[in-house]
Design a protein around this ligand. Structure first.
Ligand code: NAD
Length: 470
């Protein structure tokens, strides 16, 4: 690609900024990356040799603290990429009202070239460097996983930070997406897919948005195609199916399967785990050329695999009315222009896949409060509901069955509360986006630009309220 990633993000910012009335210098302040720390450090390899590792951490905006964003382990990590991703985190957090600024980290390694012990040494040393320069901390900057990292690295980061923090009460809140036993939260694994589902459900309930697409309201009966049956794709497909949508095709890198009557996601996932491929799934049609599956008739296409999957090449043949960007950057700008001209609605990644950061925010809150969500009120809530049922029984002279009483009096546990908070965040954000979009009043302006306008307005408000120090 000729323009850098950061230049693309800034161009998207400028397009959106043109729909706002903010002062030019304020816009400049929002757009600029506040701080980048570049670090090089040696690690000892298992064979005794020494290797110098390069890494970055960018903090794009401190209009809210702490800053937040993943850490990526990949051979092509660069300062440009880390800054671009940090900026996107600022906008994503603002869109879903998560009170964090944006950040991103990267370590320039191909993780497959390192043993687990080497990866642990790299992670711990990188964390040490961030601590030294105050680029990590529960109130400073809170990392999470990204490409090439997982809850395992987050546990090493938490442990390293806590070891250096010497009794700091909230130390464990220095990083999110930790394993449950290390202060993680229930519902984090499925958070992004669940958020995609809530987002789609809300958009499909918006009659005004469905009308120009020729679709009826609601998810029930809508035909869905999903690309990528990984973490995000699997959970999104599962929740959509449970809500009555028909998942008519799933594409993986090594083949796709289709069934007009709907695929059973749980059974299909089990089949793939057993056979290493979706192909051959009983009752489904095999499509060996996976990319062609994206072009089958459907109402909703959910790219949940990689970036740049919908391009100027295949966009004219896509039959979906809604593109739900579960992956990051699946639609190229050229494809988006084609979709806009064809009247296809693109639900942008910067809002739709924010479920992970939303639930990370809940994990951070849990860590700061040192108590599991639901622990204090669940039993009290159940007792109150039981009293209510008993009162209804005595007034009506009728009794509930044991099963009815059980389901009507169940109190909310951590997973229920996380799902509820996630649904609220996605729904409120959609309504704000839709309002901004309608306020712009130009059908040529995409929902992605409206999302960016919404983010800019919120960050601008923070800066205006805050003033400038000193
Ligand atoms: P994952 O590795 O669990 O799943 C990706 C899936 O896509 C895998 O099953 C893989 O085999 C499949 N795939 C790879 N290439 C493909 C191709 N060419 N065609 C079809 N399928 C292909 O990753 P994930 O965590 O589910 O992330 C998927 C996307 O969602 C990425 O773009 C990621 O950045 C984005 N995302 C993830 C999260 C999260 O919380 N996991 C949050 C926000 C955004």
């Amino acid at each position: 690609m000729s323009t850098s990633f950061l230049a693309q993000v800034n161009a998207a910012f400028d397009r959106a900024a043109a729909h706002t009335k903010h002062d030019r210098t304020l816009l400049e302040q929002i757009r600029a990356c506040n701080a980048v720390y570049m670090v090089s450090f040696p690690i000892r390899r298992d064979n005794g040799s020494i290797e110098v590792i390069h890494g970055w951490r960018a903090e794009h905006s401190q209009h809210k603290s702490p800053t937040k964003g993943g850490i990526r382990y990949a051979p092509n990590v660069s300062e440009d990429e880390v800054q671009a991703l940090a900026a996107l985190m600022t906008y994503k957090c603002a869109i879903v009202d998560v009170p964090f600024g944006g950040a991103k980290g990267g370590v320039k390694i191909d993780r497959r070239q390192y043993s687990e012990a080497e990866l642990e040494r790299i992670t711990r040393r990188y964390t040490f460097e961030l601590v030294r320069k105050r680029f990590i901390g529960p109130g400073i900057d809170v990392p999470a996983p990204d490409y090439g990292t997982s809850s395992k690295e987050m546990a090493w980061i938490a442990d390293t930070y806590a070891s250096l923090a010497n009794g700091e009460l909230d130390a464990i809140a220095c990083v999110t997406a930790k394993p449950l036993a290390q202060g993680g939260i229930r519902g984090r694994t499925e958070a992004t897919g669940r958020g995609v589902f809530y987002g789609l459900r809300e958009a499909c309930d918006d009659g005004e948005a469905m009308k120009p697409l020729g679709l009826t309201r609601g998810l029930e009966g809508k035909r869905v195609i999903v690309q990528g049956l990984g973490n995000v794709g699997y959970w999104a497909a599962r929740f959509l199916q449970e809500a009555g949508a028909l998942v008519v095709a799933i594409a993986e890198y090594n083949g796709a399967v289709a069934n007009e009557k709907g695929l059973d996601i749980v059974a299909l996932d089990a089949w793939r785990k057993q056979h290493g491929t979706l192909l051959g799934f009983p009752g489904a049609t095999d499509i060996p050329n996976a990319m062609s599956a994206l072009e089958l008739p459907c109402d909703i296409l959910v790219p949940a695999a990689l970036e740049h999957q919908l391009t100027a090449d295949n966009a004219p043949r896509i039959q979906a009315k809604i593109i739900a960007e579960a992956a990051n950057g699946p639609t190229t700008p050229e494809a988006e222009a084609i979709f806009a001209a064809r009247g296809i609605l693109v639900l942008p990644d910067v809002w739709l896949n924010a479920g992970g950061v939303i639930v990370s925010y809940f994990e951070w809150l849990k860590n700061l409060s040192h108590v599991r969500f639901g622990r204090m009120q669940k039993r009290h809530e159940e007792e109150t509901l039981r009293k209510l049922l008993r009162a209804i029984e005595s007034k009506t002279g009728q009794t509930f069955t044991d099963a009815e009483a059980l389901s009507l009096t169940e109190g909310a546990d951590e997973e229920d509360l996380v799902a509820s908070g996630l649904a609220e965040s996605m729904i409120v954000a959609y309504r704000q986006l839709a309002e901004v979009h309608r306020g712009i009043g130009d059908p040529a302006v995409t929902l992605r630009t409206a999302a960016m306008v919404s983010a800019i307005n919120k960050v601008a408000q923070s800066y205006v309220d805050m003033g400038i120090f000193p």
